[in-house]
Write a new protein. Sequence first.
Length: 373
Amino acid sequence: MNTPFERCGLKERGKKSRIRLARYAGALRVAYDALNSWASGVIITDRDGKITYANLSFLRVFGYRNKADVLFRNATDLFTREEVKNFFNVKEVIGEARGKTEEFFARHRDGTIFPVEISSSIVTDGNGNVLGIMASFIDITERKRFEDELKKSERQLRALSKKLLESQELERKLIAGELHDGLGATLTNIKYSLERRLDELPEEREFLEQTVSMVQEAIKDTSRISRSLRPSILDDMGVLPAIRWFCRIFQEANGGIQAELRLDVQEGDVPDPLKIAIYRIIQEALSNVAKHSKAKRVTVSLKKVEDSLVLSIGDDGRGFDITDPKLKANGVDDIRGMGLTSMKERAEFSGGTLDIMPQKDSGTVIHAKWPCN
């Protein structure tokens, strides 16, 4: 029989136990209410992947009316693909310390398939023993629809931009032809006509010679503008002769810059659709070198690497900091003024990629690559 003191001690311990239990129960109610109030659908599974808890948002996301419809079902029943089942195979993930977030296709109660984003983590007890998995679900149907529409718009914009570039090239070709065959030929005829008059009108010889000189300059300017718009050598002889010609003209016009050319391909190695893109990228890149780089040497390389064409243009100039949107350190107000966007678009629209690798005070390398097929 317990003494009065012992009975008093038992009562005190019982009171403390009841207080602790009440606190635990209160904490559980708070946790339960918090899970039920989450906007994301939440489930908890046991070690075998059977659902032991589901909040109200989960029922709404998956279209269930009562928790009894999902409790003790295997979580793999919620999905459609075999690899997703492995995601919820608790026995496979026991021992993992970190959760993960992934996107899957889930099965609605009515059988329709919809995309969900799932974040999961392992549930353990106070001793670190694995009890199961807790996962939250977000219906991302609207997000996916928006992403699909955005991708569609981007594809349409890219197609429109590609058509615009093609139209610009065609227009340049037509204008260059008109300048060369039309205006150029007319100016040449005027020059010959004036030269024939030199001996016929000696009293006007000085005036005629000055006029012939001005017409000759106009012919040179017309020829220069025509070549800039669309060099006939590109269409008549191919991209490799056009590159050689342009690099020679570049070096003559920029005597302080040495242009080194390395063409390790044959004309037949360059598909016709890529020729104008490659030529324009070189043209724009060398124009940037002349305007902004203060380089002494530039190297243009075109070669075939396995099943790809690789174009590389590098200089030893001052480079620039591409993270600076204003590029003030190099006196360039806008990165678009350097034609970098145009070069990237030309490469991408023709099925390739282009990377710009500038190093401040260490020059710039432009690297473009196209699959040969």
